[in-house]
Design a binder for this molecule. Sequence first.
Ligand code: NAD
Length: 485
Amino acid sequence: MTNKRYGHFIDGQWAEPAGGEYFPSIDPSTGQPIADVARGNAEDVDRAVRAARRALRSWRRVEPSERGRFLQRVAGRLLAEMEDLARLESRDTGFPLKDCLSTVKNVAARRFEYYSGLADKLMGETIPVPGNHLDYTIREPLGVVGQIIPWNSPLWEGSRCIAPALAAGNTIVLKPAEEAMLTMLRLAEIMVEEGLPPGVFNVVTGYGPEAGAALADHSGINGLSFTGSVEVGAQVMKRAADHVIPAILELGGKSANIVFPDADLEAAVTWAMIAIFAGSGQICVAGSRLLLHRQIHDVFLEKLVERTERLRVGPALDDPDMGPLISEAHLKRVLNYIQIGRDEGATVVTGGRRLTDGRLAAGYFVAPTIFDKVTHHMRIAQEEIFGPVLSIITFEEEDEAIEIANATPYGLAAAVWTNRLRTAHYMARRLEVGSVYINRYFPSGIEAPAGGVKRSGFGRVDGIEVLRHYTQLKNVVINLDEMTT
Ligand code: NAD
């Protein structure tokens, strides 16, 4: 049986790649291709940007309430097609099916619903200026926005950029990662079926240095949103600077999960495990550093290892606790970091190897891995591994925990487990991150702003805050003295 072949989605329809080339999308659970996808180049990107520019003329003038109703309809379709979308995303990314179902329902559909309600609430202000003037502001869309997203859950990362940008009246050219593209292409189809005018949302697939770089460098783009690695984010930022356009960067992390002895230890063990092994650690805010107070280290570690060894690892559609890594190249990268950790003198207390039993042999599976006796200057404590590899570091004082937590170039998120209010607030203020979770892990919902500081990037996504990024402010002043009526 031959695999389905996908073109780009440009101007409301499927489009053949200008270069005529396709490349396979691989199922990381099996190592087998599941589809052939268009290999985009600068010509394809140009076609998409032109379509988005044409569409902008009318889309920005659509009544905001009408844009909101459109987003609401998309939310409904995502819920109606939840099973199919989740299966497609699960197969394409290797994320367990139940996680993908939750992403469609609680994240992607919810974002379209949330921003549907905000489309007609993007208001300006009146400003008290000297003299007999009326001075007011209007919040306008940026124009055509380029969005480049990573492969770790395109529906998660994509909906975060697409829903607010459309609500604010922008048109979009989106470049998904070459490892996972299929749900973004399906979303583009759904949007047109739900009445989105052609050209408002376009998807160009392809490799980063080709299609991605062409998008970042296109002079017809008015704003960029990039989610991915620090290295590529810096390159995208340079392109934005060349064209003097705003950019939002959502980059990597090395988040600290800090546990004090007074915390609910059962809950902290459960969440320490979910924080690093959900999505096989391929989540930007993964709790990849576990900072344990010395007093609880031994008992905590024992429980954590015992629970971790019970995790079921398997093909994504079997709905395991943990699926594969995204690609063979990434598998090698993660295994290399495990070797680095050993060489640096940290101790593997569980995992530390590729899993190749039975059906797992064909996919890219790594055992959930815990390193103990890590010190914060080691590479496994400093660099983003983006895999199921946890580094445990011990501490004794609050300030020591803060110093260790802040001692990486990243600043995405941190968690604190304590039942002392004073400790919680003290830590929250001093941690150099964009998000702090107290007695939980991961964001509470799409209503709250998220983003990084330091090399984790800048700009905030989710909540109302992201709409500032997708709009620009115009000031209007009227000299009322010159009015005759
Ligand atoms: P990546 O930087 O390799 O790729 C991200 C995207 O950039 C892909 O679409 C890729 O095709 C594109 N790209 C690659 N080279 C490019 C170039 N020269 N010009 C333009 N685009 C280019 O990242 P990845 O490996 O796909 O994703 C993992 C990274 O993403 C991790 O660092 C992770 O922490 C980060 N991430 C951050 C967040 C966040 O919200 N902060 C969320 C998810 C992932």
